[in-house]
Write a protein of this length. Sequence first.
Length: 573
Amino acid sequence: MGFLNLKPSAASVISFTWLCLFACESTEPLRIVHNLDTLNTNVDQPYRTAYHFQPHKNWMNDPNGPMFYKGYYHLFYQYNPQGPIWGNIVWGHSVSQDLVKWSSLDAAIVPSEWYDIGGCWSGSATFLQGGKPVILYTGNTNASQQVQNMAVPKNLSDPLLREWVKIPENPIIVPERGMDTKNFRDPTTGWFESVDMKWRIVVGSLEGSRGMALLYKSTDFIKWEKTKHPLHSSESSGMWECPDFYPVHVSGKQGLDTNIVGSSVKHVMKASLGERGYDYYSVGSYLVDGDIFVPDRGSQDDELDLRYDYGKFYASKTFFDVSKNRRVLWGWVTEFDSQSDDIMKGWAGLQGIPRTIWLDDSSKMNLMQWPVVEVESLRGNKTVKNNTVLKSGEVVEIYGVTSAQVDVEVLFDLQRMKIAEFEEMDANATARELCSNIGVSHKGVVGPFGLLVLASNDLTQYTAVFYHIISHQTKLKLLMCSDQRRSSTLKDFNKTTYGSFVPLNHPKKIVSLRVLVDHSIVESFAEGGKSCITSRVYPTSTDLHLYLFNNGSSTILCRQLNAWNMKTTNNVY
Ligand code: DQQ
């Protein structure tokens, strides 16, 4: 990791070159506000990422108001300008022309009025008629109550939208009498319905233990009226943070503007459940006349039951990227070390790689997610290793890759498998429990097999991302695991194991896996994006390697492996 241990002078040179490259290519010169002199440039920073979105220092949580405007992607985010722990929350603001190289600007919205002095919390951007962007955000008031506010750009001809003005009508939505004023937040992107010529938004809320998406309507986007019943809710789910509601096409990958309804469209309702710490979604129908969302696969109480990601991924938000006709998902990936580690590092929180999101054609039940294509522009030297036979207990090193900064795509060939060979697993156990119980060293029949990333030379440290084909509740299942038990020797590191069942519509002969590794984050995508697991890990070894492995008794053929060293886009650490 020598290249991260730059002396202050070297760091400054690299940053300058990078900023110049980016700023000089843009139509507008960017005003970069971070001051290199104040950065912790003399501290060892092995866990800062090279190509993920992260501010130069301090705390970051939810992505807010992502949008594309006049040639630039905008990402706002919950940011503490004063330190690496949550508090003093403002809307940080960065811009990019390609979703992978970012420049930071001044904070867009900061606490200043009685209605947001306690923090400018999460919200969304909407394009009103005429293409004018506006932001809705939650203000934590001087009495610690939650209200919804609006901000508009000062200068619409500035593609960087550097200055935002809070409107005089704020707060535009306040909690009604009897509502839980501390659980009323995170307005969504608005959508317009021609049936009554009204805008709609959803605000997350809680009544008792029932989490809900309150629906509000407006003709002018300023005066809002709550509908009689929520758009959707779920008993015992706790507060619904950062709800998201959007249409997906029933077939194909193209994204849809949030206003679209119709017979070729399904809708997705997502809620971030604070008590569980995960983002859940349902696919279903939006009945505009009844102002209600009806999930297709409703369990008894219509609970949301699918997850974007079965690892660390929270408070996510999508936007419709009109420039590429796709819907893009951002999600916050928190740290997994201790708060004192964060204070030492001087920062906490990443955004996952933005993902294109669409409905799974084969099931119409779940979403597909895949790193945006622009990430592939960061691929450098390529290593190819085809037709590797992995006998039981074999570990094969992939040479030529920078294991800390790599994009790996693998195809495993299961031709020789017979269904009769699959192991029967505890029918009552969840995928995560099965992954924990099995572990990477289990000697199964078909699996575990997969990758060891961020692995030390002597294999005492590694993060294992692997598959296991099993029989569970009398069905054939592809179990995907990401095991952090041996990822680090750090004392306060959370050594958890994540797991997910990957939808398999029929016994498959080939299964695919893609893993993006970036120093302290491992993002895994199974079967072209049917299931995803994101992990945060902190390897203490400085000599890191990449391996293929198979521990099951059946031989596995790794038909194809492509690995690319990934370029660095983050200019400083
Ligand atoms: N983070 C924001 C809230 C939101 C929570 C505050 C979710 O608006 O509910 O920073 O992480």
